[in-house]
Design a protein. Sequence first.
Length: 275
Amino acid sequence: MASIKVENLQIGYGNTIIVEDLNITIPKGKISTIIGPNGCGKSTVLNTMARIIKQKSGVVSLDGKAVHKQSTEEVARIMAILPQDPKAMEGLTVRDLVSFGRFPYQKGFGKLRKEDEEMIDWALSATGMSEFSIRSIHDLSGGQRQRVWIALALAQGTDLLLLDEPTTFLDLAHQLEILELLKKLNEEEGKTIVMVIHDLNQAARFAHYMIALKDGSLIKTGTPYEIMTPAVLREVFSIEAKIVNDPRTNKPSCFSYNLLNKESATKVEKVAVTT
């Protein structure tokens, strides 16, 4: 089972530092969610884990080896990433798109092997998209398209899935559909899943482990019960939150919240949440 660890990570663009001295260990075989305000560095951290962005200093380790020192093919056989708002060529069919997930296992422009076809079939079946295999990706609904992109990631045959805001632009039903699918993949296939999610209640509902960031710094990590507290949300989002247990899931949920007034916000800046 794949493992990923971030040590003393500093990420930036030019002279601007986005993330400073970040240390995270992702639990194996669990769902981890990254939360924080807009612009805090969530996607930047995820993309650095995925080797899309190169850090200024520090190390991202994949199975104990620095990810930026491994070959593209080696990384792609261990880790798959679904970026924000992925694009497909016009007219591409669902099966054609999912087949791209087998590229790390092919040499040159070789044809798909039997095992490649079997993996594509499994990925389509696991995401409920088999019946749409010959349909154009652009003829599908938003939720269906997102399922196809997840099928593409699954076709890579990796133990580790990284997803950047997989529910963005989807309605509530399709959001829940995608998150339930990811939960099923975690429980039935043992996938380690790391995803950036804006919705706090969804992040807590589907996570075993949460990572709270603010201004490029780690505020706290832990279970949803440790992260979804008034103190942590006050520190991360500058809100006064009322937390209750969701009767459906028994997970903590933000029932309501108010913005901190200026006096309270000043006090929060002076008192760090214990990590």
